[in-house]
Design a protein around this ligand. Structure first.
Ligand code: KIV
Length: 281
């Protein structure tokens, strides 16, 4: 709430002040109705490039384009009032260098109305993060497992186990020092998440990175159990929407085949009845 009593969205500087005070709650959303649901309960709504796999059936996030992110960002914008809306920069939109990243991130911000962008990568993206933040584009960084680098990693394995932890810790320190207002830590072991959270000044937001982080993020469709065949260890399912939807679609198909639907209640007569609550007769 602002001084004038007008509801305003959480800002990146306000999100930074959650560190050490209260956990930052974050979920993804890609559509207006889901954004409204998430906005009512979360501090950050992330339009993740996971949209490519979740809604478009792509095998990885690599095929996601800037136009897709902008289209979903615009849809989410219409559902967000109070949370900080962050839009992911897709693969290939920032890697050429700071100028390319600024051009594309400025487009994302102006065309979607988001409050910040997120970009994947550690030390090699630090210069770009500094360039963007110095020019008015708040950046959420993302280190550890960065799914856009799936081919370089050779899969989606946990990152930073044992001695490899120093590499991820250096990445997190570099992006935080470059000006990121928060850092997503994906799929790293708990001791490393604890170490990074203690070492950097900005909030860490974990996904598969333990409760040691300053906040948590999940793909909303994962925590709602939208997929019956995808159960990663780090996801807690709060609903089984996939199984429920399967039952509902099966029941609809059976009703149509047996001519049980539409029933009398769903049929319009030749002469109008009194207008009922919920729709014209
Ligand atoms: O694309 C995405 O949804 C993400 C998170 C889940 C961190 O990057």
């Amino acid at each position: 709430m602002s001084a004038t009593g007008v509801k305003t969205a959480l800002t990146p500087p306000q999100a930074m002040r959650f560190k050490g005070v209260t956990p930052l709650v974050c979920l993804t959303a890609y559509t207006t109705p889901m954004a409204k649901l998430v906005d009512a309960h979360c501090d950050v709504v992330l339009v993740g490039d996971s949209v490519g796999m979740v809604l478009h059936g792509l095998p990885s996030t690599l095929g996601v384009t800037l136009d897709m992110m902008i289209m979903h960002g615009r849809a989410v914008r219409r559902g967000v009032e109070r949370a900080l809306m962050v839009v992911d920069m897709p693969f290939g939109s920032c890697e050429e260098g700071p100028e390319q990243a600024f051009r594309n991130a400025a487009r994302v911000m102006t065309e979607t109305g988001c409050g910040a962008v997120k970009l994947e990568g550690g030390r090699h993206m630090a210069e770009t993060i500094g360039f963007l933040t110095a020019r008015g584009i708040p950046v959420m960084a993302h280190v550890g497992l960065t799914p856009q680098a799936v081919n370089a990693f050779g899969g989606y394995a946990v990152q930073g186990r044992g001695e490899d932890g120093d590499r991820v810790a250096r990445d997190a320190a570099a992006v935080a020092e470059a000006g990121a207002f928060a850092v997503v830590l994906e799929k790293v072991p708990e001791p490393l998440a604890r170490r990074i959270t203690a070492e950097i000044a900005v909030p860490t937001i974990g996904i598969g990175a333990s409760p040691a982080c300053d906040g948590q993020v999940l793909v909303v469709d994962d925590m709602l159990g939208a997929f019956t065949d995808f159960r990663p260890k780090f996801v807690k399912r709060y609903a089984e929407l996939g199984a429920e939807a399967d039952k509902a679609v099966a029941a609809y198909a059976a009703d149509v085949r047996a001519r049980r639907f539409p029933a009398a209640d769903h049929v319009f007569g030749d002469t109008p009845k009194a207008v009922r609550k919920g729709g014209a007769a």
